[in-house]
Ligand binder design. Structure first.
Ligand SMILES: [Zn+2]
Ligand SMILES: [Zn+2]
Length: 335
């Protein structure tokens, strides 16, 4: 099979031929149809994940079909369309798992980091990492739902915001363009915040009720004019842009950060205290959360905007994603 791998920290993309792998007990083999390129791939490409073993095939936005099933795998069968996301494994026996909090498993594994992912024609996935893909979602759209999609969907649905609450999505990129669609369809009064106005019409088309141009107006004042945000989903990875947003929260508001900026945030704690507001991170979700994201997206007409590249052009696709020029997600197709 063809695969794209990185064989050392900072190494270039290598297209290699490998043997088609066989699934062990508890695993399936997935014939990959499409795999999204995520910003987190930099962890493999540049060696930023402690203890990462090379060579590694990245890719945790996988969509494909079950091609072979190992022992003790139920209820998955050959031919089923499945996705594999960031959360690649949990052990069922550690303390968080015993409490049913599988995403926080202390033995968790990340697809494409702890084991080879979807930049290949085939991959091996633990059965616990599988999400069933609804018939109406094509593979190239299902891929991005497995990381970008589930992350913002799961962050918003667990945020405590209720229908009618003011929810702002900061940044219109890979995560943000999905966040706006989810926020609108979950029944929130939806605000899109971005620099400049070149994405204003798009934000409104995606479902935003309000648009704030961060270069032309005072974001905090605009949010307060709307009553203050119950939730701000901060998807632009800039500490400088995110930190002041706490002042745009309303009472008991939540600044939710699902993607890490490289620098620490500088937070005005007085502002947190007086509004009883908080800042929190959000961690992806389990395979069932991903399946919920897929099903909700099919049901409510949520779509990622994608550019497709064949696997052979992985280096170009990766550069395109990092350039920020892509609208909004690059997806590798296996042909
Ligand atoms: Zn990702
Ligand atoms: Zn566990």
């Amino acid at each position: 099979m063809k695969a794209a791998q990185i064989s050392r920290a900072g190494g270039d993309w290598e297209l290699v031929e490998r043997d088609i792998p066989e699934p062990d007990a508890g695993q399936v083999r997935v014939k990959v149809d499409a795999c999204g390129i995520c910003h987190s791939e930099i962890l493999v490409k540049d060696g930023l994940w402690p203890g990462l073993q090379y060579p590694r095939v990245p890719g945790h936005e996988v969509a494909g079909r079950i091609d072979a099933v190992g022992d003790n795998v139920t209820p998955w069968t050959v031919g089923q369309r499945v996705g594999v996301g960031w959360h690649g494994y949990h052990c069922f026996v550690c303390e968080p798992c015993r409490r049913g909090d599988f995403a926080m498993c202390i033995n968790r594994k990340v697809t494409g980091i702890d084991f080879d992912g979807g930049y290949a024609e085939y991959m091996i996935a633990p059965a616990v990492a599988l999400a069933a893909i609804p018939d109406e979602v094509p593979a190239e759209e299902a891929g991005p739902f497995m990381c970008a999609g589930v992350t913002v969907y799961n962050a918003l649905r667990n945020s405590g915001a209720r229908p009618g609450d003011l929810v702002a999505v900061h940044g219109i990129g890979g995560l943000g363009h999905l966040g706006i669609q989810y926020a609108r369809r979950m029944g929130f009064e939806t605000v899109a915040i971005n620099r400049g106005n070149d994405k204003q019409a798009l934000a409104q088309k995606l479902g935003a009720h309000h648009y704030i141009d961060a270069t032309a107006s005072d974001v905090v004042a605009e949010l307060q004019k709307l009553g203050g945000a119950r939730v701000i989903l901060a998807t632009a990875p800039s500490a400088q842009a995110i930190s002041p947003l706490v002042d745009g929260l309303g009472p008991s508001g939540l600044l939710l950060v699902p993607a890490a900026p490289p620098e620490p945030l500088t937070i005005n704690v007085f502002s947190l205290i007086t509004r009883r507001s908080s800042v929190a991170g959000w961690y992806s979700g389990t395979a069932r959360d991903s399946q919920d994201a897929l099903e909700f997206s099919a049901l409510s007409d949520v779509h990622p905007m994608i550019e497709k590249y064949p696997l052979d052009r992985v280096a170009e696709g990766y550069e395109q994603m990092h350039s920020g020029k892509v609208r909004f997600r690059v997806v590798l197709t296996m042909g």
